[in-house]
Design a protein around this ligand. Structure first.
Ligand code: SAM
Length: 235
């Protein structure tokens, strides 16, 4: 999978060189390229923002550097002759649809995703219409709170999607039995020793009885979800 990121803070993405994603990049499973939006400015100050039409607080990201940057990335993609076969453009936004595990699963089958990281009050709205002429566009929120920029949100999405790309996580079984994969939170996990500082591992997990362990885990999943995330049970 190829992933491009457009940002005014490329250094945010240095962490993609470590851990599982760093290894996946080294193994050629993920081709991640980070681009500085300011490379597509023409003035001495490399300006990417301007005042909002209609007034109001803050600054808005100018459209032209975005169009040039997205054009340059889309032009590198082979076979993307129309918007439907172009890249998936993801713009992190608190005003977008919610990012979930099922969205991550869906995106893990994509060939090419481009993340456009907003700053200030966000990106000039016309950029999304323009991007939809060269690819598919999604505005996606990490959660119901406001971050300073799209970088942290893009990082979270890259990690959630990247680990679902075949080969990135060594044991694919571990991806199936996780929170949100079946609409429930994961069951509690324990490791050795069986007794630790006065806390004991539940007996059923020491029983060696697979059926009873599976039943207990399922019950824990439902109970935990009911207590911590009842909204998931009503969806
Ligand atoms: N004025 C915008 C609004 O109220 O919707 C918020 C702008 S925010 C300060 C700057 C940038 O941070 C956004 O363009 C977006 O890229 C990113 N951002 C902030 N919160 C986010 C969230 N919950 N999910 C995804 N991206 C977020």
């Amino acid at each position: 999978m190829r992933i491009d990121v457009v940002t005014i803070f490329p250094a945010f993405f240095d962490v993609l060189e470590v851990s599982l994603l760093g290894r996946a990049r080294g193994a050629g499973l993920l081709d991640i390229r980070v681009h500085d939006l300011r490379d597509h400015t023409t003035d001495r100050h490399r300006t990417v923002d301007d005042t909002p039409y209609g007034g109001g607080a803050g600054m808005v990201m100018k459209p032209e550097p975005w169009a040039q940057s997205l054009d340059a990335i889309a032009a590198e993609q082979e076979g993307g002759e129309d918007a439907a076969s172009g890249p998936l453009f993801v713009f992190p936004s608190p005003a977008g649809e919610r990012f979930t595990q099922s969205v991550a699963r869906e995106w893990s089958a994509e060939q090419h995703i481009v993340f456009g990281c907003g700053r200030y009050e966000g990106i000039d709205e016309r950029v999304f219409a323009y991007a939809s002429t060269i690819g598919r566009v999604r505005l996606v929120s990490l959660g119901d709170y406001v971050l300073n920029g799209g970088e942290v949100a893009a990082m979270a999405m890259i990690e959630a999607v990247g680990r679902l790309v075949p080969g990135v996580v060594g044991n694919p079984e571990s991806l199936v039995e996780e929170s949100h994969e079946d609409g429930l939170l994961e069951y509690p996990s324990y490791t050795k020793p069986a007794s630790w500082r006065g806390y004991d591992v539940p007996d059923v997990l020491l029983s060696g009885h697979h059926g009873r362990v599976a039943d207990w885990r399922r019950g824990q999943q439902v109970e935990r979800t009911r207590l911590r995330r009842p909204d998931l049970l009503s969806e």
